[in-house]
Design a binder for this molecule. Structure first.
Ligand code: NAP
Length: 247
């Protein structure tokens, strides 16, 4: 993939899937601005790796649920890097619980990060992409947006909302030649699933046709493709990376 000269924002680049996406975009030639909230050391280490590849990189501490912070971040990135070509909305969290025990705090936290956070960054980048008549937006959703998952009503609702957001924005920004797609991973081995119960992980594993869980780079390779001109005719899509977990 040729992403030379492109500038990307990756939210939640400090861990897991976001780290792999940041590194693979850089591997393909892009400069990367990545955000983190808590894991500063990890974010700085990824930035150092990207710089060692010969590309520009910078970490930014941002809570994606903060509307104004997203506006400021996009402005800061354009001030530093001179342009913006790619936005990957990857930052996410889960806080599981069955619906009859779910608190308002649990519901709001996940909706604010996973759905509103994605809106915040698209809202900040859309005027830039419209003006320059180009841009790539990739939103990370989940297969559980499409099928639901026991104990994840807040997460599934946020990720399903992200799919509706993706398709609508694809229509709205199409005439500005902006591609907007969503990637829906199945269970991927990252910190996010560390604290999930073993039976949850085991049942996910047995759902895959390969009897194996995905790795962060499995998601990253698809993201880099969708950010490239090879995917110029793909928009409004939701593409699963799940080893057949949800067929
Ligand atoms: N792992 C899976 O099985 C799986 C499956 C389907 C979809 N996904 C989705 O893939 C994305 C990445 O997941 P992951 O497994 O890589 O998760 P992870 O290892 O827990 O990493 C989450 C990332 O999001 C950042 N983040 C969380 N809340 C944030 C906030 N309020 N503001 C800014 N950044 C925030 C974290 O930053 P700090 O830690 O620095 O705060 C971290 O970089 C998420 O959207 C997730 O829902 C994951």
């Amino acid at each position: 993939m040729d992403l030379k000269g492109k500038v990307a924002i990756v939210t939640g680049g400090s861990l897991g899937i976001g780290t792999s996406i940041s590194l693979d975009l850089a591997q393909n030639g892009a400069d990367v601005a990545l955000t983190y909230r808590k894991h500063e050391k990890e974010a700085k280490a990824i930035v150092d790796k990207i710089k060692a590849m010969g590309h520009r990189a910078q970490e930014y501490k941002v809570d994606v649920s903060d509307f104004e912070a997203a506006q400021k971040l996009v402005k800061d990135v354009i001030d530093k890097f001179g342009r913006l070509d790619i936005l990957v909305n990857n930052a996410g969290m889960n806080w599981d619980g069955v619906i009859w025990k779910m608190t308002e705090e649990q519901w709001d936290a996940v909706i604010n990060v996973d759905l509103k956070g994605t809106f915040n960054f698209i809202r900040a980048a859309a005027p830039v992409f419209r003006e320059q008549k180009s841009g790539k937006i990739i939103n990370i959703t989940s297969i559980n947006a499409m099928r639901g998952r026991f104990g994840q009503s807040n997460y599934a609702a946020a990720k399903a909302g992200t799919i509706g957001l993706t398709k609508t924005v694809a229509k709205e920004l199409g005439r500005s030649k902006v591609n907007v797609n969503a990637v829906a991973p199945g269970l991927i081995e990252t910190d996010m699933i560390k604290n999930m119960p073993d039976d949850f992980k085991q049942s996910s594993l047995s759902e895959t046709v390969f009897n194996s869980l995905g790795k962060p780079e499995d998601v990253a390779y698809l993201v880099s493709f969708l950010c490239s001109e090879k995917a110029r005719h793909i928009t409004g899509e939701v593409i699963k990376v799940d080893g057949g977990q949800y067929i």
